[in-house]
Design a protein around this ligand. Structure first.
Ligand SMILES: [Zn+2]
Length: 653
């Protein structure tokens, strides 16, 4: 699709754009004519940048959440452009937080050098380097958001997550692997740190790291904090993996031996699946924090993993999010080592193209679910319930009627993950979960066609197993994926993906369930893990019954388009005051029981469910005509069929 669009654009250009430099349109109507744009920023080339940048970041101002940057950049006299990274691998969008950068001062030999921001590219700063100058001293601050509404909070008074891309300006014109940096960080007294970078030396609160490339630096964040615990998850001397846990308070570092064993299982199962590694050593940079924003960002040799502070201490509550570590770890193979060719960029200020995110993220979502189950971090029943809940969420989403899955790969750039009002009509980053269902379809299809002799595990060993030990990225395109699948099990894979991913496909892809020996059903039994976990964290979903989800205190989070709730006039942002005359929260029980009771009663009645809601300053009565009872999605075994799904979820011996 991308190729044909470009061809079409080229054809249009050939017809309409005159062969004049700049704009030389003949004026044929009254009004202003366009001024030419500033010249483009110099493109990166694959040549070494002369010299090594010395970058020091001071993190001691934790009360103001400021990272102070001091950068010495070797230069030559003349015009140069410094860039603040905009397109970060893993973000899939131009989200480099330049709005949080302040206090930029550039000097040379003690003299201030003026800078000018490019008029079109807000991430580019032009500098005229005076004759005789050999280096610039660049100082600025990165101001971490303090309130969650201002952006992702990256620092607290006990922890800081340092993404190096937020604290570096780099010279335009070179591949990021051709720019060398010696990084250093000044830490608050008594703080520990973890990173994939190699430590060179330490003195008086400063940690000096060995010289590295800008590419590896940005791929190697540093997590630091007061309360720290490190666990060894290595499977052997050739596969070094560590869990670096930083927490809001020491009490959250209390890990039971059983929980630790499950995390060790994860690395064992990942080796069983991929049979390769693409890191020197791997570090889970694990933030157990209610102060820092949640996070999941993949890197070659580490991942930034942020979740609720009570991840270990209220283990039962976290079933839904339990795949976080497995997902980010799987990205070391799928996303970092193997990456779509149009998503890989030679430097951080060139646009990425996201059209293969259904492989990059969809397949990683699949590996994450599979590895979480194989490690025992979720029971097979919990995994099946979660798969059912994901599929059910798509079943009642009419956005599938107008928007093919491939178009949702643009969603990161379109919305940058801001919440949207009508998710089920607009669709969101569906390439994660729907992509996962499609890869389950592919895995069970391979198992079916090969009579159980082959599986997607064979694809994993083949696709990621090249250059074992290397973390130099290998790119791929659609045809490479199809070809690799065909060597495992011949099938019309190109048509398979074109139908499910690229064409409009209103039906939810459920073939993975049936080929796996299960079918999607609904009943009134709420999964125990959901009962325990969801209400306290994310609210409760009634999406498959009345048609909305609601927080513990009665705020409607989302409403399914065309659902009974939608037709009655309920919208996101309404506060439920009472249901059938019973006040919410009056007994301290939250929204759950009052709502459930009303839905159960309505099943035996023709009376609508009576809601009293607040919206802004108004109080409204809303009647929802729904009588279908509670409907919780589950997977139910189809008797007499091969049990392929359970085989997929079973640990590899
Ligand atoms: Zn991911």
């Amino acid at each position: 699709m991308r190729c044909s669009c470009l061809a079409a654009a080229a054809a249009v250009a050939a017809v309409f754009i005159p062969a004049f430099p700049h704009f030389a349109w003949a004026q044929s109507s009254a009004g202003p004519e366009p001024e030419p744009l500033p010249p483009p920023i110099v493109a990166p080339v694959d040549t070494p940048y002369p010299g090594t940048i010395a970058l020091t970041v001071n993190l001691t101002n934790t009360s103001d959440r400021v990272a102070a940057v001091d950068e010495i950049i070797p230069v030559r006299a003349g015009q140069m452009t410094l860039l603040y990274p905009q397109w970060l691998p893993g973000d899939h969008a131009p989200e480099g937080p330049i709005e949080s950068m302040a206090g930029l001062v550039i000097t040379a030999g003690g003299q201030r050098i003026p800078w000018v921001r490019d008029r079109v590219n807000m991430y580019a700063f032009h500098v005229d380097v005076p004759a005789g100058t050999t280096s610039l001293d660049v100082k600025f601050d990165f101001l971490s958001p303090i309130q969650p509404g201002d952006g992702r909070v990256a620092m607290s008074h006990v922890m800081a997550d340092l993404a190096w891309n937020t604290v570096v300006l780099y010279p335009a014109g070179h591949f990021s692997r051709d720019i060398h940096v010696t990084p250093a960080v000044v830490l608050p007294a008594g703080w520990n740190y973890a990173t994939a970078l190699e430590t060179d030396s330490k003195d008086a609160g400063t940690v000096h790291f060995k010289e590295t490339t800008l590419n590896t630096l940005v791929d190697s964040p540093l997590l630091t904090g007061e309360y720290y615990r490190r666990e060894n998850l290595s499977t052997g001397p050739g596969n070094q993996v560590f869990l670096d846990v930083f927490a809001d308070e020491p009490k959250y570092l209390d890990i039971t031996p059983e929980e630790l064993e499950l995390h060790k299982n994860l690395t064992v199962q990942a080796q069983g699946l991929f049979d390769s590694r693409h890191y020197s050593h791997y570090d889970f940079l694990f933030m157990l924090s209610d102060a820092l924003g949640g996070e999941g960002l993949e890197h070659h040799q580490s991942s930034e993993d942020g979740t609720d502070a009570n991840y270990f201490t209220d283990w039962k509550a976290g079933v839904w999010e339990r795949d976080l570590l497995a997902h980010e770890y799987a990205h070391s193979w799928n996303g970092k080592f193997r990456r779509p060719d149009d998503l890989w960029r030679p430097a951080f200020n060139m646009p990425e193209q996201d059209d293969l995110l259904w492989v990059y993220e969809g397949l990683t979502q699949y590996w994450g679910e599979v590895l979480t189950a194989r490690a025992g971090m979720r029971t097979p029943e919990e995994t099946r319930d979660i798969l059912a809940a994901i599929a059910a969420g798509f079943e009642d989403s009419p956005g599938r009627d107008w928007r093919p899955l491939i178009d949702t790969t643009n969603e990161e750039i379109l919305s940058e993950r801001r919440p949207v009002s009508w998710v089920s009509w607009q669709r969101e980053e569906d390439y994660y979960y729907e992509g996962m269902l499609i890869w389950l379809d592919a895995d069970t299809k391979i198992r079916e066609l090969s009579n159980g002799k082959k599986s997607l595990d064979d694809f994993a060993k083949q696709f990621y197993g090249i250059d074992n030990g290397s973390f130099i990225t290998h790119t791929y395109d659609f045809n490479d994926v199809v070809a690799a699948l065909n060597t495992v099990q011949p099938y019309n894979w190109a048509n398979f993906f074109r139908t499910l991913v690229y064409e409009l496909h209103p039906q939810v892809p459920l073939a993975g369930f049936t080929q796996g020996g299960y079918k999607l059903v609904y009943n009134d039994t709420q999964p125990p893990w959901e009962e325990h976990g969801i209400p306290s964290r994310r609210g409760t979903s009634y999406a498959t019954s009345v048609g909305f989800s609601v927080t513990h205190d009665g705020m409607i989070r989302s409403v399914q388009w065309d659902s009974p709730a939608f037709k009655a006039g309920l919208t996101p942002g309404m506060q439920i005051v009472a249901v059938n005359g019973n006040a919410l929260g009056g007994d301290g029980e939250g929204s759950g029981d009052v709502l459930k009771d009303a839905i159960v009663q309505a099943e035996k009645s023709t009376e609508p469910i009576h809601f009293v809601v607040k919206k802004g300053g108004r109080v409204l009565n809303v009647d929802v005509d729904y009588h279908g009872g509670l409907r919780y999605p589950h997977l139910e075994r189809i008797p007499g069929t091969p049990d392929r799904l359970d085989a997929i979820l079973a640990p590899v011996k």
